[in-house]
Design a protein around this ligand. Structure first.
Ligand code: PMT
Length: 408
């Protein structure tokens, strides 16, 4: 039986050329056994007619907030209560903005305001509109409120431009929806995750650090929690809300991170090292602000930081260990070498550099284990995190008893 069988999915369709793909999405949801009810905005109806969705879902399509017939039968409050999940696909920039600002001037936004069910949106718009600071702020606002953002994907656009803003493909959206309902692939597991940068003090006012924003690690923590795991997140200094259902421990330096990880590693059976840990720290932390002298240059003595992932991999028993490899060149080769040298079960390679890898950018992960490699993305980090969690769960599930015994 599919994970969507008998699930009640309310599909919101807004105005955009990708509305035609929502018809295929409806068909796939219905084929997976979901009950689908469709709400269309006025603009959506300029692209595809309600009859198409009625035929595919087998249900009357809802279009008006103030429809006396609908209010007597399935009005906005009933629809909001009926849905196990609300998915808006395609979600236009305007729809995202109105959701972010709590508008309730049409049926779809009113339902979203009234519902207690999870809401997911699949953005679809021109790449410039997606990249605009206003859209970015609206998306971030929704994300912070717990709305799941599905995509968008990158590639050729209907307007002739190329970039990020395409709606995810209908089949991908179906698997996204399946994840919302489970199977809770990490149920019964305890996942320990490191995220963000470390900050290595030089004196009371200066430090060494890097550009990690924590977004990747936090997305992984959120996804693992949604997949049913108990999640402990050891976080370097970042400004991010703690994902729902996640226990967070804040640290600053690599040595603090090492100590927090050591404390929680015993209880964990999966360790995911996403943090960009400084390999070196100043050999001494000056008690007072270091004054500049007359000399031209100055040498900073550095001491090696502990290898937190390496130590976790060397434990016995040890959790299933997942490392990241941030590389500026020869990504695959360096990642494989890192996997072997650290002894990790899986390593996720990603390219980093100016405008690449760190922060709010789409990324690509190449996963290497002893059996080979698989590529995820390019996609936003929440999508990558969901796919990574599925990949980890699959690998952990298929560990043979012999391998388990070896680990213990
Ligand atoms: O936080 P974001 O802005 O979203 O950016 C995400 C990211 C680019 C930071 C992330 O995807 C990533 O690549 N994290 C690992 C960065 C890194 O430190 O890579 P590395 O190749 O230097 O380290 C290899 C692995 O060893 C990593 O799993 C790291 O966590 C771990 N490590 C490294 C050094 C150390 N002293 N202890 C460690 O545990």
């Amino acid at each position: 039986m599919s994970g969507l069988a008998e699930r009640r999915i309310l599909l919101g369709v807004t105005g955009g050329i990708a509305a035609y793909k929502a018809a295929e999405f409806t068909r796939l949801l219905a084929r997976a056994g979901a009950q689908v009810r469709v709400v269309m905005t006025r603009a959506a109806q300029d692209f595809v007619g309600p009859l198409t969705f009625q035929a595919l879902s087998g249900e009357k399509v809802h279009t008006d907030l103030l429809d006396p017939d609908a209010e007597a039968a399935m009005g906005h409050i009933e629809l909001a209560r009926w849905a196990d999940l609300i998915v808006i696909a395609p979600a236009s920039a305007d729809c995202i903005a109105r959701l972010a600002h709590g508008h309730a001037d049409d049926l779809l936004t009113t339902i979203c305001l009234a519902t207690e069910s999870p809401v997911a949106v699949a953005p679809a718009m021109n790449q410039g509109m997606w990249a605009h600071a206003a859209t970015a702020a609206n998306v971030e606002c929704l994300r912070r409120r717990g709305v799941t953002i599905l995509g968008p994907a990158s590639g050729d656009q209907a307007c002739g431009e190329t970039g990020s803003g395409r709606m995810r493909e209908p089949a991908e959206l179906v698997s996204d929806c399946t994840e919302v309902f489970g199977p809770r692939v990490l149920s019964g597991h305890h996942v320990l995750i490191t995220a963000g940068p470390t900050l290595e003090a030089l004196d009371p006012v200066r430090y060494l650090s890097n550009h990690s924003s924590g977004r990747m690690g936090y997305a992984i923590a959120a996804s693992a929690a949604r997949a049913g795991a108990r999640v402990t997140l050891v976080s370097g200094p970042v400004q991010r809300p703690t994902p729902a259902g996640v226990e967070r421990i804040d640290v600053q330096s690599a040595r603090e991170m090492q100590s927090a990880v050591a404390t929680h590693l015993e209880a964990a059976d999966i360790f995911i090292a996403t943090a960009a840990v400084a390999d070196y720290r100043p050999a001494e932390i000056a008690e007072r602000k270091i004054k500049k002298g007359d000399e031209d240059g100055r040498t900073l003595a550095l001491a090696r930081n502990p290898d937190i992932l390496g130590e976790a991999c060397a434990r016995s028993p040890r959790p299933y260990c997942v490392g990241f490899a941030a590389e500026t060149d020869t990504v695959a080769e360096n990642a494989q070498a890192k996997r072997r040298s650290k002894g990790a079960d899986l390593i996720c390679a990603n390219a980093v550099g100016a405008g690449i890898g760190f922060g709010d950018v789409d990324s690509t992960l190449e996963l290497f284990d002893e059996h080979g490699s698989v590529r995820l993305g390019p996609a936003d980090k929440e999508t990558l995190a969901r796919e990574l969690i599925m990949a980890i769960a699959e690998r952990v599930r298929s560990l043979t008893q012999e391998q388990r015994n070896k680990a213990t």
